[in-house]
Ligand binder design. Structure first.
Ligand SMILES: Nc1ncnc2c1ncn2[C@@H]1O[C@H](COP(=O)(O)OP(=O)(O)O)[C@@H](O)[C@H]1O
Ligand SMILES: O=C(O)c1ccc[n+]([C@@H]2O[C@H](COP(=O)([O-])O)[C@@H](O)[C@H]2O)c1
Ligand SMILES: [Mg+2]
Length: 200
């Protein structure tokens, strides 16, 4: 069985932190990080607001990202081996027999049609404005945020994409990013275990 899990939501919601823990706990589990598909800086458009438009689908090579997901779907064992993931032989335990899991994490997972339909389950981490802004101010991205980027671009784009996703009726499981790392991990891990057992 193949199972694709999305961990999406707002920047600094805790997606990467949660993902890194979840993938260690699941068998035959590969991961794809959307951040690896940002286009080079010189290809990022500058908006009328003067900011580089990082937080839009056009800043990402979404075709390459979907191709990578499809490569996993076609041959998860080959994908796992070529990405250094240990593949355990199908055990007699029903929950792990021939189960292959892919976790995809990123801030714009559910606004791109060819990708959104590939998920078996979609988690969505959210945190309120103040906390998001506070966490963001402590981050060091490969390209540092210029002054005013959060209020001028990042947060408005988050609200826009979230509204589009909701208007499109995308089915997501909301997670409260204010909960502790442990609480989030336990909640999501338990939910995944139950979903996997129901699929078998
Ligand atoms: N549950 C949490 N509670 C408090 N801080 C968190 C939590 N999860 C992550 N963080 C912190 O918030 C920041 C963003 O986390 P990260 O996992 O990189 O988020 P994202 O990938 O969604 O941008 C980091 O400084 C991280 O240590
Ligand atoms: O990774 C990069 O090269 C990069 C360069 C510039 C900006 N980013 C920011 O990365 C954010 C998405 O990652 P994350 O982990 O904060 O969800 C997004 O809000 C972008 O503004 C990321
Ligand atoms: Mg991240």
């Amino acid at each position: 069985m193949k199972y694709i899990i999305g961990i999406g939501g707002v920047t600094n919601g805790g997606k990467t932190t949660l993902t890194n823990r979840i993938i260690k706990a699941l068998p035959n589990c590969c991961v794809i990080h959307q951040d690896d598909f940002f286009k080079p800086q010189d290809q990022i458009e500058v908006g009328e607001d003067g900011f580089k438009q990082w937080d839009v689908l056009d800043s990402l090579d979404m075709e390459a990202m979907v191709s990578t997901v499809r490569a996993w779907m076609e041959n998860p064992v080959k994908f796992a081996r070529s990405h250094g993931v240990n593949v355990t032989p199908g055990s007699k335990e029903p929950a792990s027999k021939d189960t292959h899991i892919l976790v995809i994490e990123g801030f714009l997972l559910y606004n791109y049609k060819p990708l959104v339909e590939l998920f078996d389950i979609r988690y969505y981490l959210a945190v309120p404005y103040e906390e998001c802004k506070r966490r963001r101010s402590t981050r060091n991205y490969t390209v540092p945020d210029p002054p005013g980027l959060f209020d001028g671009h990042v947060w408005p784009m988050y609200l826009k994409h979230r509204k589009e996703m909701e208007d499109d009726g995308v089915d997501v499981v909301y997670l409260d990013g204010l909960k502790s790392r442990d609480e989030l991990y336990n909640e999501v891990f338990e939910d995944i275990q139950n979903k996997l057992l129901n699929c078998l």
